[in-house]
Design a binder for this molecule. Structure first.
Ligand code: 5U1
Length: 693
């Protein structure tokens, strides 16, 4: 027997029955998975489910993507496709104490220019993975991981298997486009059951629910994901079209709930820092009894217009903060201290510990930060020590139990020579960190530098794992990043444990990575203090590598200027670049070895689209603007007008600002502009300026 013949005429009755079954099953799913309040037995559900399956099998044209039978659809994938988030998925800044919570609240109120208490939405902070769900006209069309915040992976098929995620939003009308953001997590009971099954099979257990959730989401075969009972809570909206106006985050969350999206019942609107603190304490008390892991709480300004006013710094909003629960601690023995050499040569003392279970994982290594910390804590080898671990933060040795100190405990000594390359270890004045002076001749520095260079956020070359890089360095096949692009398949395949196919993949990945962006390239260079967002800002500001080099070299002699603000004027003109970062840039780009490296990297074929500086010759050329308050047009539209006339728009008022465009209800930015003597423009003033020649 072959596949059933698709029938030409489907009776209205069958069509209606299929629709009724879908609606019923979706409603039962919602009651069971979201409201935790089932109305039918599993057996009743199964009967209806099979009936729908039977109809869809005999009448394939009735099959729709949001049918409850279609949660596990496609075949296994080979790779996940990349997804570029139209609006970056931000991370959150952290607070670890009541004082830091108070500071956050003060910053928010100062930013808004208000003295009274403001409302926050307080939410549990789930220890899972952030994802993005895209709904078009109410239909789930794409699901993605957060990735690096800008680019994630398309895991639509895996997310479709999560019963709590509606394949179609209920009710209506729905926005043309709605990106829902939230957290996928592994409920604790299911996690324990999974690990018991793994143990029975004699396979490796998951360290914690978060890792289990990550493992389940990154399966190329959605059937495996479907077998893991993942859960989801929504907590934000990303891009949207036709969503309508909401005044508060709480109202937006209620709307998501009304569309059958799961939103945690633990969420509350609280007032002021005091309200936040009470929520934090209540949640800490509830934590042990919750059916999922949380690692803190999140406070978000409820007023959405206020959020707009506050904006973001770097990759985190100013209007929200994660208040983390205290780290967990455990006692163990410090067996030894070894010294690790980082990318910039920093020599970090690392504690080798008697393994101990703390904060959800077994810890046998922990950082001791630097020698000042070792001395301050008076930690000695052989001591009983307290190890502290919070979430995904690197475990640290918190203190030594001096009462228990054995007679033969040994003082930790900073080595005079690098344990890897033998070069002298030096400590610059005023710095807590000691560094190996070997530069890239030190294999440890080379290894750390290469790992950074190939990283996802940098040159993004897949396949160069830690072990392969060690082999390449040890066999003298790679002495600088340039050599990564000169390897051939045969040479690589001759290495231990590398199959010809993998070798070919690595070579291909390196070839592909040659085409990059200037921002990524600058970040990959690993210049001290130049993180991802600074690298992007430099790329945007200078447009070409040559202009950046020119500016750094022209600025270098100004290092000795008396006033900080007179040092490195060209580099400091870049948003976010202050005198310290500028000094690092000036130093890096005047070093002959570095310039040789840049030439060699370009000779080997690394390229990026040149982004010529857009110099619009208009009435506002060379002028910097800040926009605040409510204006007749959206902030983005006003910014676009200013930029089209040659002006530049930045987020905060400083001495570099030429004009503040102030609408109604302008707050702290107006006060700051007045204090600094920055000219303030109303809407009509701006319109007149835009029209001037
Ligand atoms: N509960 C909650 N977790 N969490 C994580 N809210 C929340 N918001 C986040 C993140 C990263 O980001 C906001 C900026 C939307």
């Amino acid at each position: 027997m072959g596949a059933p013949e698709p029938d030409v005429v489907i009776s209205e009755e069958i069509r209606q029955r299929a629709e009724t079954l879908r609606a019923l099953l979706n409603a039962y799913n919602h009651r069971y998975y979201v409201l935790d309040d089932p109305t039918v037995s599993d057996a009743e559900y199964d009967v209806l489910f099979r009936e729908l399956q039977a109809i869809e099998t005999s009448h394939p044209s009735l099959l729709v993507p949001d049918s409850p039978t279609q949660r596990v659809g496609g075949a296994a994938l080979k790779v996940f496709a990349e997804v570029r988030h139209r609006m970056p998925m931000q991370s959150l800044n952290n607070a670890f104490s009541e004082a830091e919570l108070g500071d956050f609240d003060r910053r928010v109120r100062a930013g808004l220019g208000v003295v009274h208490d403001v409302d926050y939405v307080a939410e549990p902070k789930l220890d899972g993975l952030a994802v993005s769900l895209l709904y078009e006209q109410g239909l789930l069309v794409r699901g993605a991981t957060r990735g690096d915040g800008t680019t994630g992976e398309d895991i639509t098929e895996n997310l479709r298997t999560i019963r709590r995620i509606p394949l179609r939003l209920s009710g209506g009308p729905h926005p043309a486009l709605l990106e829902v953001r939230g957290e996928v997590f592994f409920p604790l009971a299911a996690f324990k059951k999974l690990n018991a099954e793994m143990e029975a099979k004699g396979v490796k257990l998951f360290v914690n629910p978060r890792n289990a959730a990550a493992g389940a989401l990154r399966q190329l075969d959605p059937k495996i994901t479907a077998s893991r009972p993942l859960a989801f809570y929504a907590y934000a909206v990303g891009v949207s079209e036709g969503l309508g106006q909401f005044k508060t985050h709480a109202a937006l969350l209620q709307q998501l709930k009304d569309w059958a999206l799961p939103v945690s019942d633990l969420i509350e609107v609280v007032t002021g820092a005091e309200g936040c603190w009470q929520f934090y304490e209540a949640m800490q008390a509830k934590r042990a009894g919750l059916p999922f892991d949380i690692d803190g709480v999140v406070y978000k300004l409820d007023d959405l217009a206020g959020r707009d006013e506050l904006g973001s710094v770097s990759r985190a909003p100013r209007w929200a903060i994660a208040h983390k629960f205290p780290a967990e601690e455990a006692e163990t023995i410090l067996l030894d201290v070894e010294f690790q050499i980082g990318r910039t040569g920093a020599v970090t003392p690392v504690a080798r510990l008697k393994p101990v279970f703390v904060g959800g994982a077994t810890v046998s290594n922990a950082t001791l930060h630097n020698m000042d910390e070792v001395a301050r804590k008076d930690v000695r080898i052989g001591d009983a020590v307290i190890v502290r671990r919070a979430g995904d933060v690197i475990p640290e040795v918190a203190r030594a139990l001096i009462d228990k100190r054995p007679a033969d405990a040994r003082v930790v000594q900073l080595p005079e020579a690098c344990p890897v390359c033998g070069s002298p270890v030096a400590r610059e004045e005023g710095e807590a960190v000691a560094r190996c002076t070997g530069g890239l001749t030190c294999r440890a520095q080379l290894h750390a530098g290469l790992l950074h260079f190939v990283g996802r956020r940098a040159m993004d070359i897949e396949g160069f794992g830690e072990k392969l890089l060690i082999q390449l360095i040890e066999q003298d096949l790679v002495k600088s990043p340039v050599d990564l692009f000169k390897l051939d398949t045969q040479r690589l395949a001759s290495l231990e444990r590398l199959a010809e196919k993998s070798a070919a993949n690595v070579v291909e990945a390196a070839e592909k990575a040659k085409s990059t962006t200037l921002g990524r390239f600058l970040f990959a260079l690993g210049i001290r203090d130049v993180g991802e967002s600074t690298a992007e800002a430099l790329a945007r500001h200078f447009g070409t590598l040559e202009l950046l080099i020119e500016a750094a070299q022209a600025d270098a002699p100004s290092a000795a200027a008396e006033k900080k603000k007179d040092r490195f004027p060209l580099l400091q003109a870049v948003p976010d670049v202050g005198p310290e970062v500028a000094a690092q840039l000036a130093r890096w780009f005047t070093d002959a070895h570095h310039l040789e490296l840049l030439t060699a990297l370009r000779d080997v074929g690394i390229r990026w689209p040149e982004v010529p500086q857009v110099v619009i010759d208009g009435p506002l050329s060379g002028k910097t603007f800040v926009i605040t308050g409510t204006l007749p047009e959206s902030r983005d539209a006003v910014a676009a007008r200013i930029e089209a006339a040659g002006g530049k728009v930045t987020g905060s008022v400083s001495a570099k600002t030429d004009f503040l465009v102030a609408g109604e209800a302008a707050g702290s930015k107006l006060a700051k502009a007045e204090k600094l003597g920055v000219a303030v423009l109303g809407w009509d003033d701006l319109s007149a300026l835009l029209q001037s020649k």
